[in-house]
Design a protein around this ligand. Structure first.
Ligand code: G3H
Ligand code: 13P
Ligand code: ZN
Length: 307
């Protein structure tokens, strides 16, 4: 099967009130883990590549590899540019066969965010590529900001409505209290569900949750057993994620959980056998572990058997 337009996958999720996993890749093993996990659960899936992952792999490698991996499978897979900020990269991604792009100008004032986003929508839509944009901002981690600053970063629902009308984007990432990385909250997960519901009501399009990794205690304990230092790590708990999906989230971004799973598996192999030097003996178990994380996420999101 060829790649499918991300919008097609997300419009079904929007209509049926479930969410689809968007998982970041940085190499072949990550991409294989995501696709194999989705096949085993008969789920649609979105593969995301960030600008820095494109810099690492090369645009042609990223696109060619994902296209090759989906060629003989029957589940819907979309290819998405995550946090596009650079026009050259966004433009090349559209020309290279990505099925959606994110333009992230969320650090710019509203009017500038609208102008930049409109330019991307114009080019992308001409090529049948859908567009995600963000309003409100995600801090790097809870430690970076105090509570008042955190509140100021959240999406304003009236702005969200105007933004969608003015830009014609296909899906929107509203900041509702998550952050990227492994250190999201100091106490319990605190998302602004009222704000999320209002954004959904006012925009009526698929919504995206960034910074959604669960950073599970069991995974952290295992990672720490093999020497990874993650003291104070905390992610988004399953109940909060499920509530966000009930309130309108349809695309759930996960990168950190995959990175930790990969690293933990590699560390485990190295710890258990000091004679290993074949990369496949490190990366094979890492691929398997990442696949398990992908499957666990798919089950929580409700996209199993929706392919
Ligand atoms: O949201 C950010 C993603 O986790 C990608 O991160 O730019 O380090 O690839 P990256
Ligand atoms: P995490 O850091 O929580 O995995 O979020 C990833 C993300 O939002 C990618 O865009
Ligand atoms: Zn993100």
């Amino acid at each position: 099967m060829s790649l499918v337009n991300t919008k097609e996958i997300l419009l079904d999720a929007h209509a049926e009130c479930y969410a689809v996993g968007a998982f970041n890749i940085s190499n072949m093993e990550t991409a294989q883990a995501i696709i194999e996990g989705a096949i085993e659960l008969n789920s649609p899936v979105i593969i995301e590549v960030s600008e820095s992952a494109i810099k690492y792999m090369g645009m042609n490698v990223a696109c060619g590899m994902v296209r090759a991996l989906v060629k003989d499978i029957s589940i819907p897979v979309a290819l998405h540019l995550d946090h596009g900020r650079n026009w050259e990269v966004i433009s090349r991604a559209i020309d290279s066969g990505f099925t959606s792009v994110m333009i992230d100008a969320s650090d710019k004032p509203f009017a500038e965010n609208v102008e930049i986003t409109k330019k991307v929508v114009e080019k992308a839509h001409q090529m049948g590529v859908s567009v995600e944009a963000e309003i409100g901002r995600l801090p790097g981690s809870e430690d970076d900001v105090n509570v008042e600053e955190r509140e100021a970063f959240l999406v304003n629902p009236n702005d969200a409505q105007k933004f969608v009308e003015m830009t014609g984007i296909d899906f929107l990432a509203p900041a509702i209290g998550t952050s990227h990385g492994a250190f999201k909250f100091k106490g319990d997960s605190t998302l602004d569900y009222d704000r999320l519901r209002e954004v959904k009501e006012k925009t009526d399009i698929p919504l995206v949750l960034h910074g959604a990794s669960s950073v599970r205690d069991t995974l952290i304990e295992e990672a720490e057993r093999y020497g990874l230092q993650l003291k104070g790590a905390k992610g988004l708990d399953d109940n909060s994620l499920k509530q966000a999906i009930r309130d309108g989230i349809n695309k759930v971004n996960t990168d950190t959980d995959i990175r930790i799973a990969f690293t933990t598996a590699v560390r485990r192999v190295l710890h258990n056998d000091s004679t290993v030097f074949d990369p496949r003996k490190l990366l094979g178990p890492a691929r398997e572990y990442m696949k398990n994380v992908v499957k666990e996420r798919i089950e929580i999101l409700g996209s199993e058997n929706r392919a």
